[in-house]
Design a protein. Structure first.
Lengths: 272, 247
């Protein structure tokens, strides 16, 4: 049964040391919940970005919440490089698990299917194979003789994302952002923040049920209005480019980042 | 000296020419020039009654016809349904290998770039990968990349994908997959082959006579200044505005 809880109570379901999966910026990033996780002092996270991240990962890294970072890239898009990510790499304070986008999808799909690994095309010749000893090159056991890369299943403790709406039963509209479903299938627990909870049943018609993640995969939901801010949410609101640029500029220094983070956390508290 | 917008027009028109004959091209996020090149090809084909061109722009809502989430582009490429794509690189070497990770020794790289994105996979699967990097300097075009995000040639596995050409602010190179290296095809005015040699850190083949990269003709410029900039404005408003003002 999906529980509908307050934002702080939702964030309290993430524990230090857990593996946390989060989606790419355009899919629906739970920024309000991220602020609550940072406020709660959660650390030692193994962050899995599906398949890349931006400001969310940079905030968590800068706040010292991330021990291991598994991602195909960290970028603030038009705003430029992610400053706290860069600083953490130089200082060696975060363990890197560099990946390539489809390998992260493949790892989650392996967990979705309940199998230990997934074969994946390409990658051979990349130095990623050197730095990811958990990825293996095998001789294909079937068909024509050929080499193929296999990647282990990724089973996050928690998947966390933000979506426009859920119904009272805990069914969540994910539209065509199917990677959110893959994350939920693969994770032990899925936590979702939404702009609103609707009174009608999302399963009312075939049309309304399309693009819905069923509540069986959803453990808890919290309402967080503008919960992806300053990132975009689908058709609901665009990214606040000025705010992201302000973050990028301030986060170049440790002090600037601390000042930004403090305002960001108190702003989120006021909104909540 | 060609102005900034003339230089961009040459790049866009060159990309449209490089894409000639494809059915589906994917464009990464934050790539206005490749997107404009793809849109120019699409408009030209439409005008000339040639087969239609599909364009997928990653991160765009409007130019995204996929419905199966982030994995669908990668699956689509694996099925052979993506003919062309663009990759860049903080470093690109003479063997066509690209580095999107950083300089120095991994993991504590001196300079850290965002990461490999889908390159390690897509380089194997998309037949016509156009390497596009505006900065043409010895720090970008190095003899050997510090980290291979994606390797251009892998004799140990058969593949359909790999580099097709390299386009920069100064020149256009072809990639020869059998030789495993680049050959200078043309230089953009006012640069000379000597300028290219001086600013390229890797070795490459050079024909006896190097042509000048053709400037777009009047009909192409008309399409570009009208229809293409309007289409482009949906995804890259600031870029389209600057181009329009300059034209």
């Amino acid at each position: 049964m999906t529980e509908i809880v307050a934002l702080e109570a939702l964030a309290a379901r993430v524990a230090s040391g857990q593996t946390l999966a989060v989606p790419v910026d355009r899919s629906g990033v739970a920024m309000a919940a991220t602020a609550a996780i940072i406020s709660a002092g959660i650390d030692d996270l193994h962050l899995v970005c599906v398949p890349i991240s931006g400001m969310q990962a940079d905030l968590l890294i800068g706040a010292g919440a991330v021990k291991t970072l598994e991602t195909s890239a960290i970028s603030l898009g038009e705003a430029g490089g992610a400053p706290r990510f860069g600083a953490a790499v130089r200082a060696g304070t975060v363990t890197l698990r560099d990946a390539t986008c489809p390998a992260i999808h493949a790892g989650l799909i392996a967990a979705q299917h309940g199998v230990p690994f997934m074969p994946i095309a390409g990658i051979i010749g990349s130095d990623l194979l050197e730095v990811r000893p958990d990825w293996k090159v095998i001789d294909s056991p079937v068909g024509e003789p050929r080499k193929v890369v296999v990647v282990p299943a990724i089973k996050p403790d928690v998947a966390l994302f933000h979506a426009p709406e859920a119904d009272r039963a805990g069914n969540v509209r994910i539209g065509r952002f199917r990677e959110l479903a893959t994350m939920a299938y693969a994770a032990r627990r899925t936590l979702v923040t939404v702009e609103r909870i609707v009174d009608h049943d999302l399963f009312e018609t075939e049309e309304s049920a399309a693009g819905v993640l069923p509540s069986i995969y959803v453990d808890a939901i919290a309402v967080a209005e503008s919960g992806a801010w300053p990132l975009a949410l689908w058709d609901e609101y665009p990214a606040d480019e000025a705010e992201i640029a302000r973050y990028t500029a301030m986060a170049r220094s440790e002090d600037g980042f601390r000042a930004y983070l403090s305002t960001f956390l108190s702003h989120r508290k006021q909104v909540a | 000296m060609a102005s900034e917008h003339e230089r961009r027009e040459i790049l866009i028109a060159t990309i449209a020419d490089l894409l000639d004959g494809i059915r589906h091209v994917a464009v990464g996020a934050s790539s206005p020039i490749p997107a404009a090149g793809a849109m120019l090809l699409r408009a030209r084909n439409e005008r000339d009654g040639k087969p239609p061109v599909r364009i997928s722009i990653l991160g765009s809502q409007r130019h995204n016809f996929f419905t199966n989430g982030g994995v669908e582009l990668f699956d689509c490429a694996a099925q052979g349904r993506v003919d062309a794509f663009f990759l860049g690189g903080g470093q690109i070497d003479g063997a066509g290998n690209i580095n999107l990770v950083g300089t120095g020794d991994y993991p504590k790289t001196d300079v850290r770039w965002p990461g490999s994105f889908g390159s390690a996979y897509l380089y194997h699967l998309i037949p016509r990968v156009i390497l596009f990097r505006e900065e043409h300097s010895p720090r970008v075009f190095v003899p050997k990349v510090d980290f291979v995000s994606a390797r251009a040639v892998t004799p140990e596995v058969s593949r359909r994908g790999g580099p097709y050409a390299l386009l920069t602010n100064m020149a256009l190179f072809d990639f020869d997959r059998d030789a495993g290296g680049f050959a200078l095809r043309s230089v953009h005015a006012p640069f000379t082959p000597a300028d290219i040699r001086e600013n390229t850190g890797f070795d490459y083949a050079e024909p006896e006579v190097v042509r000048e990269t053709p400037r777009p003709d009047a009909a192409t410029l008309e399409l570009l200044h009208g229809k293409i900039l309007d289409e482009l404005a949906e995804t890259y408003p600031a870029f389209a505005r600057t181009m329009k003002q300059a034209a």
